[in-house]
Ligand binder design. Structure first.
Ligand code: DON
Length: 346
């Protein structure tokens, strides 16, 4: 005998039927077709394992705060999250220690320097922000746990809550990172010299290499971004991934520091909190509305996905998504979504 359909299940079914025919699906297909032929950019090869990516891979995913999903192209192709992990680990450090303690160890100023620059703030000896390598290593050092295994477990648990599934590491990338990560070790020891990291720094470096090696896909990045857009609650699972009070901290550093030394131009042209990684991922947040996840491995000279930047810029301009866009008169994103009823937080 068939199970009785609950109102919630019926609501879900109607919602997915609506989003299956929503105009936004055609818009994303159009965008994907427009940029799929772009051949600029180079695949990162400073970590040998990353060089094996296919330059043609290209996925665009958008997930709304009420749980609608729009995936186009290679949205389930796994790749390593790399630096896209950094704002999420920063959020976890804030939960573990609170704002003031975290700010003792890492600043929140954009650097205008490359992500792996060996430079600390001269006055405070802190790394400039949590989204460059120095700051991310200092942030990883702040992750609590009763032992190393527990710290890793907590870190992966955090990614599980954001993605809504059990994530795993790419062991080959992890080994490749740790055997070639001399520059990161140098940065870590410089910070140890200034007392910015703890005596657990070797372990924390391993944790940092592991966080960079977490396997995700473009759809995951969109769900992670949508979770931040939704005040910290995963819109698919309804599980809280981060304490609401720290969401704005994470989003502000993403807006000012998320795109390496392109951060200023990104804030000006696109105007969305975002983070890119050398694996080719970009995770962008449209607060209160949706999350965008893009994957395309060829990178520009600053280390950002070429097709990813183009697609985000077009989405932002076409639908007036820039954070400071007021009174936008063009087509509304929500009209393309055909939003369904808001779900309740579990
Ligand atoms: O530390 C590294 O070299 C990389 N695993 C970091 C990755 C990355 O995406 C660089 N971005 N800030």
């Amino acid at each position: 005998m068939a199970e009785k359909t609950s109102d919630g299940a019926l609501d879900d079914l109607i919602g997915s039927l609506k989003s299956a025919v929503a105009p936004f699906r055609a818009t994303l297909n159009e965008l994907h077709a427009k940029y799929r032929g772009v051949t600029d950019g180079k695949i990162a090869n400073y970590i040998p394992e990353l060089a094996m990516a296919d330059p043609k891979w290209f996925g665009i995913s958008v997930v709304t705060v009420d749980g609608q999903v729009f995936d186009v192209g290679d949205c389930e192709q796994p790749f390593t999250v790399q630096s896209v992990s950094k704002p999420f680990v920063f959020g976890m450090a804030l939960e573990d220690h609170g704002r003031e303690a975290v700010l003792q160890k890492v600043g929140i100023e954009p650097t205008g320097e490359a992500f792996n620059a060996i430079v600390l703030d001269e006055k405070s000896n802190r790394p400039f922000n949590p989204l460059v390598n120095s700051g991310a290593i200092a942030t990883a050092d702040l992750i609590h746990g009763k032992d190393f295994a527990d710290r890793i477990k907590r870190l992966l648990g955090m990614f599980n809550r954001y993605t809504g599934r059990n994530v795993h590491l790419d062991n080959a990338v992890f080994m490749s990172e740790r055997t070639t990560g001399h520059r990161n070790r140098a940065i870590a020891h410089l910070m140890l010299n200034f007392g910015m990291v703890s005596h657990l720094i070797e372990e924390s470096l391993e944790l940092y290499f592991q966080q960079c090696s977490v396997l995700v896909h473009a759809h995951d990045l969109a769900v992670m971004a949508a979770t931040l857009a939704n005040g910290g609650v995963n819109p698919i699972t309804q599980q809280r991934a981060i304490d609401q009070q720290y969401v704005k901290d994470v989003l502000s550093v993403m807006l000012t520091c998320g795109m390496y030394d392109y951060a200023g131009e990104w804030a000006y042209r696109v105007g969305l909190p975002a983070k890119s990684g050398v694996g080719g991922g970009i995770c962008a947040v449209v607060p209160g509305r949706c999350g965008i996840g893009i994957f395309s491995p060829p990178l520009d000279a600053r280390g950002n996905s070429v097709r990813g930047i183009k697609a985000c810029e077009e989405l932002s301009n076409r639908f007036g998504l820039h954070s400071f866009e007021l009174g936008f008169a063009g087509e509304k994103l929500e009209d393309q979504f055909r939003l369904r009823k808001n779900r309740r937080e579990a």
